[in-house]
Every structure is written in C-alpha cells, then in structure tokens.
Design a protein around this ligand. Structure first.
Ligand SMILES: [Zn+2]
Length: 257
C-alpha cells in the first residue's frame, strides 16, 4: 500500500505560511565497525546533504571505524555508553546507565567512553552522550558535565533545554523500527501521523521547537522498507521549512542555562 503523505504536506504548508522553521537532525546508533550497512548510511547522508550523528559503542569500536569516519565522511561520531551492556535485573527494562551499580562504577564507564572515543576519533568526536536503550538515571546525568560531555541525547520531546546545568538535552523523536513487534518498519501511516502530531505540537507551542527534531535509525538492522522510509521522510522534511542542526552549532553557544 502506498502511504498517504498528504497530512505531512498540509502541516508543512502551515509552517511555510506561518514563517516557522524546523531544526532537524539525524542520529544513528550502535556502530562498532565499517560494514556495508554503514556505507549505505554514509551514502544516504551524502546524497541528502544531511550529516548523521553516529552513536559508536566505545568499548568495541575498531581502528578501521575511526579511519572510515574521517571528518569528510558526513558521519559525526558521538558516544554510545560504554559497552552497550545490560546491567538491569531480568524483569526490568534493559539499561547500562541506570542505578543498578554503584554511581562511581557507572560514572567511570561514562568517563572511559569519552576518553576512548576522543582517542579514536580525535577532533571529529562530539561530546554527546547517548545512553544505550535511551535510558539513564538522573544521578548519573548530574555527573556528565564534569566529565566533559556537553549534550545528552535520549528519546521523546525534552522537558527542558538542559538535562542538568552545563548539559544540553537534544533528543530523538521519530523511530521507524517496530522494536517490540516485527522489528521491521512501523506502519507508515502511523509514522506519518506521529510526525505530523510532533510538528503540530511544535508549531502551536505545546512542545519546544528550539529542540532539534531528531530522526533515530539503526543502520545494522534496516531492511529495505526501513531504508526507503528513512530516505523518503528525510527528503520530504528537507524539502520543507527545515534547517539541519549539527552538534557544532550547540557547542558554540553559552553552555550555562
Ligand atoms: Zn544502542
């Protein structure tokens, strides 16, 4: 079935009419090494002229990945936890950075995540922390700025611009993968209506349009439908009243709330 994109077209027309602009960004998670899927991700980013912030798992990242992510690649490495290891008890949701261990141990993982990533990627590395499964407890968040992190990124619209003093919160909002079901593409009409709702909320001031709107993908598990949707939704948004956000923009701002 061909999805009906007209609700998005109508919403974007209202953005044009009202002179509004959407800051847009793209995050892709779980990179550890160069693969065919990573090449495809890089090619798509280049084709669409939108950089992709690539959340790399520091403990397992390979030297060949650091060569692949040269500054000209359009892929911007950021820190995806430490080892993407679940520490939650069996019945709880998976998490690496919730209070399942002593704070000092968890903070040490966040610290070595940044130091190893910086050693591997040099100045290409942006000090953004992306906790695996988008889960992190506030006790850990509070310690991130003193380690050198400038941005925390999880999922769903942020409640405030700063996760804690000195640490911007810039989340992702649209995830096309049906994680709890087929692990394929969420029905497209559902994704389109979710996207339109997010845009309406931003246009009418219900949610914060200063927060870059994030598409979240996972290149290693994409089937053809997910690649196709990713391309199409980005094309349509980039054709609208949008501008691409990259983390360098936020680093230039005053970090104090
Ligand atoms: Zn992940």
């Amino acid at each position: 079935m061909t999805p009906d994109w007209s609700p998005l077209e109508r919403e974007l027309a209202l953005w044009w009419a009202e002179g509004k602009s959407l800051p847009l960004w793209w995050r892709d998670d779980d990179a550890v090494e160069p693969t065919a899927a990573l090449d495809r991700l890089g090619a798509l980013s280049e084709e669409l002229s939108i950089p992709v912030h690539l959340a790399v798992v520091p403990a397992y990242a390979t030297e060949t990945l650091s060569e692949r992510l040269a500054p000209s690649s359009g892929m911007i490495p950021v820190v995806h936890g430490w080892a993407h290891q679940n520490h939650a008890p069996a019945l709880e949701k998976k998490a690496e950075f919730r209070m399942h261990r002593p704070v000092s141990e968890i903070t040490a993982d966040a610290e070595r995540g940044l130091s190893r990533s910086q050693a591997m990627f040099g100045s290409s590395l942006m000090p953004m922390f992306v906790p695996p499964w988008n889960r992190i407890d506030h006790e850990i968040v509070e310690g991130l700025p003193s380690l050198g992190y400038k941005v925390l990124s999880t999922a769903t619209p942020r409640k405030r611009p700063f996760a804690t003093p000195g640490l911007w919160q810039i989340n992702t909002h649209l995830d096309p993968i049906d994680w709890r079901g087929t692990r394929g593409l969420v029905p497209e009409d559902q994704l389109i209506s979710q996207l339109v709702q997010h845009l309406q909320d931003r246009r009418t001031g219900v949610s914060d349009n200063a927060e870059p709107y994030g598409l979240l993908t996972h290149h290693l598990v994409h089937d053809q439908d997910i690649w196709r949707f990713t391309r199409e939704v980005l094309l349509r948004l980039l054709d609208g009243p949008t501008r691409c956000w990259t983390m360098a923009e936020t680093l230039e701002k005053d970090p104090t709330p």
